[in-house]
Design a protein around this ligand. Structure first.
Ligand SMILES: [Zn+2]
Length: 476
């Protein structure tokens, strides 16, 4: 990883003299492509190139030095060979490659998108995948999968069609010009014409919830939030395990990769066509269904169910909103390890995860968040894990879809929360064993965090720092 990181920084310094105005117009280039493959094999083929509305991202921080995501793309001026834009991101395809289906050799095609400021001259766009093993204990390095030359001035290459904006856009919270703010766009799925009042309420509630947790709370003024009133033909979304099928605008569904609570859409082109009507850096899809579920992929989108009434101990959708946004915005990994998931080897053995809040390391010297650890905190950090695990084992046996689920769960949650509220470690950073879907030899920074248990708490200091780094990329 070190060599690649060095390369990225070198390229960054080469293009320091390049201004936004030299290289880009004020609009956005969107490249759609197909991502095809199975476990261990993949190809990318170009689909279509579009010109979309005003560029909503930073006009200063054009190069991504955060080294997050399972994928990366860069844009280079063909003539000068200057790197003029780069960004890390993750894909649905990348997650799918860790499922049983892919392990069994099934092939799949996903349609995906990257966006960057519309270039003035011919550019080379390179697509990378983080899958190159470097050395034990290090992060995977990026390997080039595909590259293409794009001539922005050739009308047979770029589709300049202006989409008729089918759905009204409304402002939830506007704090400034899109290029100086993080622009969140909320879309609804499974909201029929008569559900629009609920959607407007849900969108407002999402925004209020996100900015009630730190570090988003103190950076509220760095964000704009808009929403599009996307009308679906029917109310509710697909629930394959109940044989429920709904005709919705964005094609979201439960049971993604075989997990009852995992909600995603694979209809990327439709999603992007609709989203293109408003400036956006990050997309949130609220689904008009009250069954627990959601999803979040770094720099792609988040999804969440919506409720009209309190269920269980807390309003669970508030947790899902903010947790999933942590994945999508901060590139944060899941710190929990006791819930059922659909992945096999999501974090391959011997490889350090790229997520800033999950690690295989357990010494103070090598810990990637060591600057957050005080001298008197032992690494690894002892906590009542055995006790917690036995409670979680009982919780794991409950049927989430059963009518008495919330009653049965309440006592168990109470006991596990008591462990997570250990006054010795609350607010402190260490290396707590159990993280990234793995009980042993994977560590998280804090005893509890928004990325760990189903608790209405803030992000831990390591996650908060990652989120703040991302905010900084978008606000100047
Ligand atoms: Zn998660």
């Amino acid at each position: 990883m070190k060599n690649i990181a060095l390369l990225i920084f070198l390229c960054a310094s080469v293009s320091l003299g390049q201004t936004y105005e030299n290289n880009f117009t004020n609009t956005t280039m969107r490249i759609d492509y197909y991502h095809i493959g199975t476990k261990g094999q993949e190809q990318i083929t170009l689909d279509k190139v579009y010109e979309e509305g005003a560029w909503p991202g930073s006009k200063v921080n054009l190069l991504d030095t955060l080294n997050l995501g399972d994928s990366f793309f860069k844009v280079t001026d063909l003539q000068t060979n200057n790197l003029i834009y780069s960004r890390g991101y993750s894909t649905l395809f990348g997650e799918w490659q860790t499922t049983d289906e892919a392990m069994n050799g099934v092939w799949k095609t996903c349609q995906e998108t990257v966006r960057f400021p519309f270039p003035k001259k011919k550019v080379v766009v390179n697509f990378y995948r983080r899958d190159k093993f470097v050395a034990a204990g290090e992060m995977m390095a990026f390997r080039e999968v595909f590259s293409t030359v794009i001539d922005p001035n050739n009308p047979t290459v770029v589709n300049h069609e202006k989409h008729q904006n089918a759905f009204p856009v409304f402002d939830v919270m506007i704090n400034g010009s899109p290029d100086k703010k993080v622009d969140i766009l909320i879309l609804g799925d499974g909201y029929a014409k008569g559900d629009m009042e609920k959607f407007r309420k849900d969108a407002k509630h999402f925004s209020e919830t996100l900015f009630s947790y730190q570090p988003f709370k103190k950076h509220k003024n760095d964000f704009n939030v808009r929403a599009i009133e996307v009308i679906s033909a029917e109310s509710g979304i697909d629930i394959p395990d109940k044989n429920v099928w709904k005709n919705t605008a964005l094609g979201t569904m439960y049971n993604t990769f075989g997990s009852a609570r995992y909600v995603l859409t694979e209809e990327n082109r439709t999603l992007r066509d609709i989203a293109g009507a408003a400036p956006y850096d990050f997309i949130t899809i609220l689904v008009n269904d009250n069954r627990y579920g959601g999803g979040g992929i770094f720099n792609l989108y988040t999804t969440s169910f919506t409720q009209t009434a309190k269920v269980g101990q807390e309003w669970e959708m508030d947790y899902v909103y903010v947790h999933e946004f942590g994945h999508c915005f901060g590139g944060l990994g899941d710190e929990y390890y006791s819930s059922q998931i659909s992945y096999v080897d999501f974090y391959p053995k011997g490889v350090e995860p790229w997520e800033p809040n999950v690690t295989r390391t357990n010494t103070k010297e090598t810990l990637k968040w060591r600057t957050f650890v005080s001298d008197d905190t032992p690494i690894p950090t002892p906590w009542r894990k055995t006790e917690y695990d036995s409670i979680e084992a009982l919780r794991g046996k409950l049927d989430r879809l059963a009518a008495d689920y919330y009653d049965k769960r309440e006592d168990l949650l109470k006991s596990s929360k008591e462990i997570l509220k250990d006054p010795k470690w609350i607010g402190k950073v260490g290396a707590f064993e159990g993280s990234g879907y793995t009980s042993k030899e994977m560590y998280r920074p804090a005893i509890d965090c928004k990325m760990f248990a189903l608790n209405p708490i803030d992000f831990d200091p390591v996650c908060a720092a990652a989120i703040e780094k991302m905010i900084a990329m978008y606000v100047r």
